[in-house]
Design a protein around this ligand. Structure first.
Ligand code: F6P
Length: 458
């Protein structure tokens, strides 16, 4: 049944714009999230965001009817959600699209995988049913990411009148790698997304990889249109927010920690397997070995915030980041110099402070849908920064010309790139940084979202 207050624009994503935590006294604390989708959507009125309850706090909020207007949280059974999110989305689909399996031993598609896949189907069905209930006649529904690949196909069956878009925020795997998936699962995923009127990606490269998979496996993309929308940084927000008092305070603290007259190499990431933080640290170590003149004269500020800690492989990776950073500090540090400043507690104001201080930004992912840090640092940095950028980040498509580009697996070449970045002529660095900031902000989040809506309705 279509609800009475049917929405005309609906967005569906696993993680919603708000989350809840249960306080000791039994009341609920709500927290708003950030990111491209949140600011993109702020441009649209009369919208509904359908998302999953991710924690006990979220589930309690649903039970108490506490969730805010414009948001519908789905209380999918916690075990079903865990299998779909941790088991399939994060441990299979994320690994396929980022090509991060250690293939001699994994993946293994067995009975346990099939059990989790049934949960992924159930969770996608729950989203499709909620969207079918909430959408007004002919409404536009924008489905986000690899968590919800099957939603467009199921929703199309339930509501043929809707305009359905799907957007992938990740890379898309090349066909040979995509074919690691069992054949029927690969087909089901592609057909699920092709249930949309339009499937869109962050770069041409990911769109082409999707088309290649559809062509080889299904013989084509059918009636689905394919689009590219390269999400940019939100210049107005970043420039304003990065000049607020809490950021100034953190800059003072960071300056003290770095020490006078030292240069900074800055990275800010979720501690995510695909971000390549460990090789980044190895590269920094190689810089200190190959160019001893930098000892005492540079600090690597590495902010690595916790992510997906339910998965053992993420916990192990987090520990390895800490171990490698500690090793560098033990081997090279002196009484007055800690070569690496690794901080793992999430603090947005401190990230902005680091952006402002950055002489060099290090963005070296193995593979990344876009990578907004690469786009944000040049916009915020006080004196212009040099960007060392992986050619496997989506941002490379727009920023490659003015960045120092690296193969993310090549630690020696990345060390050389860091040296080049640190020694770049200041005028050259300033000019490049300006061009990087202009390219990075070409498509602000609100325009990015409205373009998709226009294209879907057009
Ligand atoms: O990179 C794709 C993406 O969906 C991002 O938008 C988001 O940061 C992440 O993956 C999902 O993270 P999480 O598992 O913490 O929701």
């Amino acid at each position: 049944m279509v609800s009475e207050h049917a929405a005309q624009v609906l967005v569906a994503s696993n993680r919603g714009p708000v989350s809840y935590a249960l306080r000791e006294d039994g009341t609920l604390d709500s927290k708003r999230g950030g990111g491209g989708l949140v600011s993109g959507l702020s441009a649209v009125e009369d919208k509904l965001w359908v998302c999953a309850a991710l924690s006990d706090g979220d589930r309690e909020a649903v039970r108490r009817g506490a969730s805010e207007p414009g948001v519908r949280m789905l209380d999918v059974d916690a075990d079903v959600h865990a299998d779909a999110y941790n088991g399939i989305a994060n441990s299979v689909l994320w690994f396929v699209h980022h090509m991060i399996y250690q293939t001699p031993l994994e993946p293994v598609f067995d009975a346990e995988f099939r059990r989790q896949w049934a949960s992924y189907e159930a969770y996608n069905r729950a989203f499709a049913q909620a969207l079918a209930e909430e959408a007004g006649e002919g409404a536009a529904v924008l489905v986000q990411d690899y968590h919800l690949s099957l939603v467009p196909g199921i929703l199309r069956e339930l509501r043929p009148d809707l305009r359905i878009g799907h957007f992938s925020h990740t890379p898309w795997a090349p066909v040979d790698y995509f074919r690691l998936l069992p054949d029927d699962i690969g087909e089901q995923l592609l057909k699920g997304i092709l249930g949309a009127d339009r499937a869109a990606f962050l770069t041409r490269r990911w769109a082409d990889a999707f088309i290649a998979c559809c062509t080889e496996i299904l013989g084509g993309t059918g009636r689905t249109r394919i689009g590219v929308h390269g999400l940019g940084a939100d210049a107005d927000f970043l420039r304003r927010r990065s000049r607020e008092a809490d950021v100034d305070e953190r800059m003072e603290i960071l300056r003290e920690q770095v020490g006078a007259d030292r240069r900074t190499i800055v990275r800010v990431d979720r501690t995510e397997l695909s971000k390549n933080i460990v090789r980044g640290l190895h590269s920094y170590r190689a810089l200190l070995e190959e160019h001893p003149e930098w000892r005492e004269r540079v600090v690597h500020i590495a902010f690595a915030y916790p992510s997906r800690q339910d998965l053992a492989v993420y916990r192990d990776y987090t520990a390895e980041v800490q171990r490698v950073a500690d090793r560098i500090n033990a081997d090279f540090g002196t009484e007055s110099w800690a070569p690496v400043l690794l901080q793992v507690d999430d603090d947005f104001a401190r990230s902005l402070a680091a952006y402002r201080l950055a002489d060099v930004a290090l963005v070296n992912p193995i593979r990344d849908g876009m990578n907004l840090v690469a786009k944000e640092v040049p916009v915020v940095s006080d004196n212009g920064c040099a960007l060392v950028l992986s050619r496997e980040a989506g941002a490379y498509e727009e920023l490659g010309e003015d960045a120092i580009v690296v193969n993310p697996y090549d630690v020696s070449a990345t060390a050389t790139a860091l040296h080049e970045a640190l020694t770049m002529d200041p005028d050259e660095r300033g000019a490049r940084s300006k061009r990087l900031a202009a390219a990075a902000t070409a498509l602000p989040p609100q325009r990015w979202f409205l373009d998709q809506l226009d294209a879907l309705r057009g």
